[in-house]
Design a protein around this ligand. Sequence first.
Ligand code: THG
Length: 373
Amino acid sequence: MPEMTIGSRIKKSPYFAATIAAGATHFTIYNRMYMPTSYGDPLGEYDRLKTGVSMWDVGAERQVEIVGPDARAFCNRISARDLSTLAPGRARYAPICNHDGILINDPIVLCLSEERWWLSIADGDLLQHCQAIVGSEGFDVEAFEPDVSPLAVQGPKATAVARDLFGDDLVERLGFFHHREVELASIPMVICKSGWSRQGGYELFLTDGTMGHALWDLVAAAGEPYGIAPGTPHHMERIENGLLSYGSDTDDDTDPLEAGLGQWCDMDRPFIGRDAIAARHEEPEHRRRLVNVYVDTVDQTHLWTADQPYPASVDGHAAGFLRTAVWSPKLDRFIGLALLGTAHAEPGTRLDVDAPGLVTAMTVTDVPFGVSL
Ligand code: THG
């Protein structure tokens, strides 16, 4: 396989040197930054995430900071989820759409104070969208990128690591999606009980990019008694447990209802894209749905991950795409996510998949992968 060039045009996170030193073997480009995707042992990294504790450079989850008197009104205007009651010190997962109702990001929104908010973004240019809306609609806010870089500590033993680092008191008071500003060995950060896994854990939003290596070393040392090791956001775990990967699971014409984010869309209030989403779903039979699928691969033993959307069909008729597929250690078979026309999205539907040498077919299921069969 070819190798990718590392250069100045793509931004490096403050943890980049530490991740190289720790043995990162694979990177992706996310928000025009390098983001590690493996340290060379996917099954070991999966096990550690599910039974121990793992530390991730997710500095590529860049922040958009919104500051000013209209900060709440602005965030509420762009978010499909109601943020009118989000209190300082709390966070919420929020789908963001363009005027056509297309999902363009799905950040975690942190309310730091009434006039200061962070959007911790998925892979997409949300800052430009925000700046355009601020300009066109005249909100009294500034939108910019602050010096903030998340480091995730995930897994059942993450709480023990956090206790040793921050103290029992802080950890006991910090509920799910709660956050607060703290300092550790003179390293400033915001700690939030969040992260892109269902194994529990914390995200340390470092607010001084010169101290990335120092924070990495501090977490690695505190985690040592618990067997911490570097890892990355893990597709096996997140597909098993139903976390969306915007851009992997979705395409340029996916609205949040198609993506399965309906529970986070408060459609009874105005937000950018609301009317367009409603119009798209006036004829739901013409829409698509992101569904769980069992994937029939040619080689059932070889670890393999879908590297492109593969066309799916029923009786020769185009039905949509298999977007993502991975080996599931939990279910001992290949699973995936497919974006399918609603007519072909019913549980039990068998589809042919055009991925020569890799995948032959798939079956739609409504069984959540996270539940044992
Ligand atoms: N952490 C931070 N930024 C991020 C991510 C993250 N930005 C991009 C990406 N991940 C956003 N995607 C998600 C998707 C789901 C969740 C978090 C980020 C998530 N959802 C819970 C759920 O679906 O049950 C909780 C939602 C809620 O209660 O609001 O955790 O991981 N910093």
